[in-house]
Design a protein around this ligand. Structure first.
Ligand code: HPA
Ligand code: ZN
Length: 350
């Protein structure tokens, strides 16, 4: 075990920003800033129901997940050309690099685009090209996870998978997102079984607004490797035990939970309890352009509000690498970098 050096609380924000980390729960369409929405709308001749950036931003006052999704899908309507998808992902990856994100697994929602007549290939090739450039130019390792929209049918998910299969080498897994309540994971059991046969990694949103039963279903019916959100798990001690025993990672998104009224404020986040229960928790930004900040903002403000310390910081960063879909060698390399950064923050330096 790595002995965490003593680090003064005053230096904690700097350490949180500087430590290498992975981001595993980011919807790339949720990184579309209002300025880029307006720029793309103009480039593509799309008209928006808001006169300017400020009035669009003012509309970002959400009461629950659905109230966000309505505006999030409307924002994505400006994405038409392959270059638009590239520009969106590139903007996120530059911010990720600035936040010392060394690895990112980007969710994308192809059905939001194919339903508007955009080809699957346009979406995936644009996003993938940005990932390739990020590795070469920013030193950020980035991969793609295709999400099925759970408010649509399983048949639609199967058709989407079919369209994506010629591009199979350009994404590493599948996820499940959109409106949770009323759309339990088992609705997608057959398409997830097929994805498993194809060797794709499997994740699903569960227990964001939905009950612990949805987390059980994601584990037992979909056989997912990670749970996205999962914050409702604490309502079910047997589930917490299962998640701990199998070291199923939870990709928790503190800003998202506050903006979508899952918790009243950051201080009410149950992150510390999830960590205390021994769960493999990670911190993520979810939809940073809509929820008020990117990954380092989530770290710094959540730590300030909840009183988490340098030990928690190390655990969270380490968990992010443990939960990543990468090789053992890659994971060890990043863990080594993480230790080096913590050692460089040791009090002995002063
Ligand atoms: N939950 C479900 N679907 C989503 C989210 C989320 O937080 N963000 C983008 N799509
Ligand atoms: Zn999400």
């Amino acid at each position: 075990m790595f002995k965490i050096p003593h680090i003064s609380p005053a230096r904690l924000p700097e350490l949180l920003r500087r430590m290498p980390k992975a981001e595993l729960h980011i919807h790339i369409e949720g990184s579309l800033e209002p300025e880029l929405i307006f720029a793309l709308a103009q480039r593509n001749g799309v008209s928006l129901p808001y006169p300017d950036v400020e009035s669009l931003r003012r509309a970002y006052a959400f009461t629950n997940l659905q109230s966000f999704l309505d505006i999030y899908y409307a924002g994505a309507s400006v994405l038409i050309q392959e270059q638009d998808f590239y520009d969106m992902a590139w903007a996120y990856l530059q911010r990720a690099a600035a936040d010392h994100v060394v690895h990112a697994e980007l969710f994308f929602d192809p059905q939001t685009h194919t339903a508007r007549g955009i080809a699957m290939e346009t979406v995936v090739r644009g996003l993938h090209r940005a990932c390739t450039d990020a590795r070469a130019q920013l030193g950020v390792d980035a991969t793609l996870i295709l999400c099925f929209l759970r408010h649509l049918s399983e048949e639609d998910a199967f058709a989407t998978l079919e369209q994506a299969l010629p591009l199979r080498d350009l994404f590493i897994g599948v996820g499940l997102d959109s409106s949770e309540l009323g759309h339990p994971p088992e609705k997608f059991a057959r398409v997830f079984a097929r994805c498993r046969e194809l060797g794709l990694h499997l994740v699903a949103h569960a227990g964001e607004e939905g009950p612990p039963a949805y987390i059980w279903s994601a584990l037992d019916e979909l056989k997912v490797q990670r749970i996205d959100h999962g914050v409702q798990a604490l309502k079910d001690p047997a589930l917490v035990q299962r998640l701990a025993q199998d070291r199923i990672p939870l990709t928790v998104c503190p800003f998202s939970n506050v903006k979508l009224c899952v918790f009243p404020d950051l201080a009410s986040s149950n992150l510390a309890q999830l960590l205390d229960a021994g769960l493999a928790v990670t911190i993520n930004s979810d939809d940073p352009a809509y929820f008020g900040g990117y990954l380092n903002d989530n770290f710094v403000q959540t730590f300030a509000a909840t009183g988490l310390n340098a030990h928690h910081a190390y655990t969270l960063a380490r968990n992010s690498f443990e939960a990543s879909f990468v090789t053992e060698a890659q994971r060890h390399d990043w863990e080594h970098q993480l230790k080096a950064v913590f050692e460089s923050f040791s009090e002995h330096d002063f």
